[in-house]
Write a protein that binds this ligand. Structure first.
Ligand code: SF4
Ligand code: SF4
Length: 152
């Protein structure tokens, strides 16, 4: 079976299982797998995610960069009519080679990705699998889940 068909089957099987059992499995695997993956030699998420930005986060980073908010917003943000703000560039403007140049001041969206520590894996399945080939954390967790689920 090719990878796409295998992942379709995986998605089908996840949807058939209790979401709480799935979350327990994901959290346990995440505790084992995440510490063994070095994000500083990857940076793939910073090349593909459009990060949401909150006011407080924008203010903190603006101060760190010693810019005015007007200049920061102009250089780095895209604003929606509903007040929503996102970073305006992919790859992210703050990515230097494979590392974040503003790591201490990165946004919550960056800190959360790939969200393997959060509840609701089953609900995020589609977006998680979109990053399967890019994020080694997701790849390894999904592959370990396939193995565990075939043992059930
Ligand atoms: S702010 Fe840093 S961690 Fe967040 S997307 Fe940009 S480079 Fe990556
Ligand atoms: S894509 Fe995954 S492994 Fe790579 S930097 Fe982002 S979170 Fe870390």
């Amino acid at each position: 079976m090719d990878r796409e068909a295998e992942n379709d089957l995986f998605a089908h099987n996840v949807k058939e299982m209790d979401p709480l059992v799935i979350d327990q499995m994901v959290h346990k695997l995440n505790q084992d797998i995440s510490p063994r993956i070095d994000c500083t030699v990857c940076g793939n998420c910073c090349k593909t995610l459009l990060i949401n930005v909150e006011e407080g986060e924008a203010n903190r980073l603006t101060n760190h960069l010693a810019l005015s908010r007007t200049d920061f917003d102009h250089q780095y943000l895209e604003k929606g009519s509903n007040g929503m703000m996102i970073m305006n560039a992919i790859p992210c403007s703050f990515l230097t080679e494979k590392k974040c140049s503003v790591y201490e001041f990165r946004f919550d969206g960056c800190r959360e990705f790939p969200a393997m520590h959060l509840p609701g894996f089953s609900k995020r399945l589609f977006t998680t699998l979109m990053h399967y080939g890019r994020c080694p954390i997701i790849f390894n967790i999904v592959e370990a889940m396939k193995e565990q689920m075939s043992d059930v």
